[in-house]
Design a protein around this ligand. Structure first.
Ligand code: A3P
Length: 316
């Protein structure tokens, strides 16, 4: 394997003892969830739990958000990336990682860039999988970059993803009608979709210095503008020299769907949580859902989205 220069990682590595301690904490929360929370059968045949109005997958780490809520203390310098699944998380993680590490790991480094060797979910792990437990308790001041995507493409992407997961464990594919039914009832992972998006939207209006609200669909159309916005928000704006040298375009190219989805690491390997990296890449297009959803389904989703977002100023 090529030698890669050191890069900033997004978590404090833990000792074996600390990891074992975390596992015990996760196990305790899983047991509490199983015993006390409303449950339904999830999209991959395992239970989902409802906690504080949102649905979480079961399994040791699926219920991680409960543990994180009790144990995670953000520091003012922390930057968190947030999303509901299938909104462009993999892309945002790649962009944020490439921006933060551009000095030590220039995007032009190709085979020596960490994104050529690891999937972005391994470079920027999910908080719910990695119990982040430190003793600093200044919550205010930390920043969140949130990404969302139009309702219809999110649903169709999620349906495809879940059917891949189902086929991995020999379950029949779920019909799109059924997926739509549960999605509209709010019973998809981390759903209800609309409340998830609205929560971050409102927070971004109230505290724009703390929450950057991004739309996948707009990022696809204007990646340069958005990448600059992300860098500025994270406190590492591109300098005029960097812009002149083409760094913004290089990062966009490095993190493009075409580049990342064709890398060997993303075609053949699995990430740390055991999912094939390829499952995070499908089409990477805006509007693909109209190839799957009937006019009635499209209309139903548009109607709900309009009702839910009414008066909020948000349009997806
Ligand atoms: P599609 O299923 O519509 O293709 P998440 O990362 O939140 O799980 O979202 C997955 C969606 O983002 C998938 O959408 C996937 O193809 C798309 N995606 C993954 N990497 C991308 C990239 N680098 N640029 C644009 N879209 C990307």
């Amino acid at each position: 394997m090529a030698q890669i220069p050191p890069y900033k990682i997004c978590f404090v590595p833990k000792s074996k003892e600390e990891e074992e301690e975390d596992e015990k904490i996760y196990k305790r929360y899983s047991e509490i969830a199983a015993a006390t929370l409303p449950t339904t059968e999830g999209w991959t045949g395992k239970p989902m739990y409802q906690y504080q109005g949102f649905w979480y997958n079961s399994g040791l780490h699926g219920i991680g958000p409960l543990a994180v809520q009790d144990h995670f203390k953000a520091r003012p310098s922390d930057i968190l990336l947030a999303s509901i699944p299938k909104s462009g998380t993999t892309w945002l993680k790649s962009l944020a990682f490439a921006v933060i590490n551009r000095k030590s790991n220039p995007p032009s480094a190709q085979q020596q860039h960490p994104l050529h060797i690891f999937n972005s979910h391994d470079l920027v792990p999910g908080l719910e999988w990695l119990l982040y437990n430190n003793n600093l308790n200044a919550l205010s001041g930390s920043r969140i970059v949130y990404i969302c995507r139009n309702t219809k493409d999110t649903l169709v992407s999620w349906w495809h993803f879940n059917n891949k997961m189902r086929s991995n464990i020999s379950l029949d594919a779920m019909e799109l009608e059924e997926a739509l039914h549960w999605f509209c009832k709010g019973m998809s992972s981390f759903g209800p979709f609309w409340e998830h998006v609205l929560g971050y939207w409102k927070a971004s209006l109230e505290r724009p210095q703390n929450v950057l609200f991004l739309k996948y669909d707009e990022m696809v159309v204007e990646p340069v503008l958005h990448l600059k916005k992300i860098a500025e928000f994270m406190g590492c704006s591109f300098s005029p020299i960097e812009e002149k040298e083409g760094l913004v375009d290089e990062i966009i190219k490095l993190c493009s769907f075409e580049n990342l989805s064709n890398l060997a690491v993303n075609k053949t390997e699995k990430n740390a949580s055991g999912l094939p990296n390829s499952s995070f890449f499908r089409q990477g297009k805006v509007g693909d859902s109209s190839n799957y959803l009937s006019p009635e389904m499209l209309e139903q989703l548009d109607r709900i989205t309009e009702q839910k977002f009414h008066g909020s100023g948000l349009k997806l």
